[in-house]
Structures are given as structure tokens and as C-alpha cells.
Design a protein around this ligand. Structure first.
Ligand SMILES: C[S@@+](CC[C@H](N)C(=O)[O-])C[C@H]1O[C@@H](n2cnc3c(N)ncnc32)[C@H](O)[C@@H]1O
Length: 203
């Protein structure tokens, strides 16, 4: 998959994304902290963005945080240095991760699969690099189940996608398609902002 246009978009977004992140963190930060508190062992965080998620990580984890945008990672670096544990940054496309099968005990995502161009391909990669008894923990916004809101999100997505994420992702379905079993689904705001916890199917 060609990443050129996607990379330019997210490199540009790195300039302004922190302005919207303040409100998101104030409103939803506690849910993210509670979710991330369950992280254990070797942990992969996808995608790092400017590092807003690092403050929600429990201390003393061994974390690798990846993002494909150089500009995002530059902004994330000072925040990574403040983490009380081990936090390494790596520039990587989630659709082609440079890790061996079964590397991670925990994988965390935060507003990631609204943004990855081929979500099922990215999620399949997460399935591959997760240990057989590992856990995927996701904080994501998704397409509303309400027909009116869902169609509105479909109509808005071609515009939102020009500068940022899609608004109409069916992330629960995508997680299942990628070989996971969802063991917990929690609505943080309506059925739009959600937490998913998943294990490898058959684990
Ligand atoms: C909406 S931002 C969220 C960033 C961060 N998790 C947060 O909540 O502040 C989406 C992030 O996904 C990254 N991204 C998009 N597609 C990606 C890909 N294929 N591989 C790695 N990172 C990707 C973007 O660079 C951007 O940093």
C-alpha cells in the first residue's frame, strides 16, 4: 500500500492535533487511564501521535510506541522522556510491523483505527505480533449504530478524511475480521466512543 498522501496528511496534522487533544483528554482521559491500567508485560502502543497517551500509561511498563509520521514522533519524543518506565519510539506502519510473531503481551490503541487506511490489515498485524495469551485494548471512536447518525457520519467522512480520521469506521467488525474475539465492549459516549478488549480467537 502506498502511504505518500497519508503520511503528508498526518505530518501536517502533527502541527495542530494537540489543540483538539486537550478537550479529548479532559473528557475521556479517565476512561483511557482505567483501560491502560490493565496493561501487562511487553506492551505495544499504536499509534503514538504526539504522545498524548503516554500520561495515561501505568508506570514501570516496557512500552514500544509506533507511528508512521516522523512529525508526530518528533513531538512525542519529549513526552516519552517523561514516562516513568521504559518507552521506546519507533517509526513504523502498523500495516507492516517489524516485530516477530507473538512479541507483545498487551497492545494498546487510542483513536488509531479511525485513521489507519486499511484497518483490517493493521489489525491482522496486531493479531500476528500479540502473544497467544495476550490482550488487545482499544479506545476508539466508531460509526454510530443509529441509522440517522450513521448516515451523517458516512456523509461527513470524505471531508474529515482529507485532514484527519474517518468518522464511520466499523471497528468492532474489523477487530473480528482480523481474527480477534471481543471479550469486553463498553460504550464511553453513546455507541460512538468505545472501549474494546479482545483476545486472539481460539486462545
Ligand atoms: C487521530 S491520531 C491519534 C494519535 C494518538 N493515539 C492520540 O490519541 O492522540 C492518529 C494517529 O495514527 C497515525 N497513523 C495513521 N496511519 C498509520 C499507520 N498506517 N501506521 C502507523 N501510524 C498511523 C497518525 O500518524 C496519527 O498519529
Amino acid at each position: 500500500m502506498k502511504l505518500g498522501g497519508e503520511l503528508v496528511k498526518w505530518d501536517r496534522a502533527a502541527e495542530s492535533i494537540d489543540k483538539t487533544a486537550v478537550g479529548v483528554e479532559r473528557r475521556y482521559g479517565k476512561y483511557k487511564r482505567n483501560l491502560f491500567a490493565g496493561a501487562r508485560g511487553r506492551t505495544l502502543l499504536v499509534a503514538a501521535g504526539t504522545g498524548q497517551d503516554f500520561a495515561s500509561l501505568p508506570e514501570n511498563l516496557r512500552v514500544t510506541a509506533v507511528d508512521f509520521s516522523r512529525a508526530m514522533l518528533e513531538k512525542a519524543r519529549p513526552r516519552a522522556a517523561l514516562y516513568k518506565g521504559s518507552l521506546n519510539l519507533a517509526r513504523m506502519d502498523v500495516q507492516r510491523l517489524a516485530f516477530r510473531d507473538g512479541t507483545f503481551d498487551t497492545i494498546l490503541t487510542s483513536c488509531t483505527f479511525c485513521s489507519v487506511r486499511d484497518p483490517v490489515e493493521g489489525l491482522r498485524e496486531l493479531n500476528r505480533v500479540l502473544k497467544p495469551d495476550g490482550r488487545l485494548m482499544m479506545f476508539e471512536h466508531v460509526r454510530a449504530g443509529n441509522p440517522f447518525l450513521g448516515i451523517l457520519m458516512d456523509l461527513m467522512t470524505p471531508v474529515s478524511r482529507l485532514v484527519g480520521p474517518d468518522l464511520n469506521r466499523r471497528t468492532g467488525e474489523n477487530v473480528r475480521k482480523a481474527g480477534f474475539e471481543i471479550v469486553r465492549e463498553f460504550n464511553v459516549y453513546l455507541d460512538i466512543v468505545k472501549i474494546f478488549e479482545a483476545i486472539k480467537r481460539g486462545a
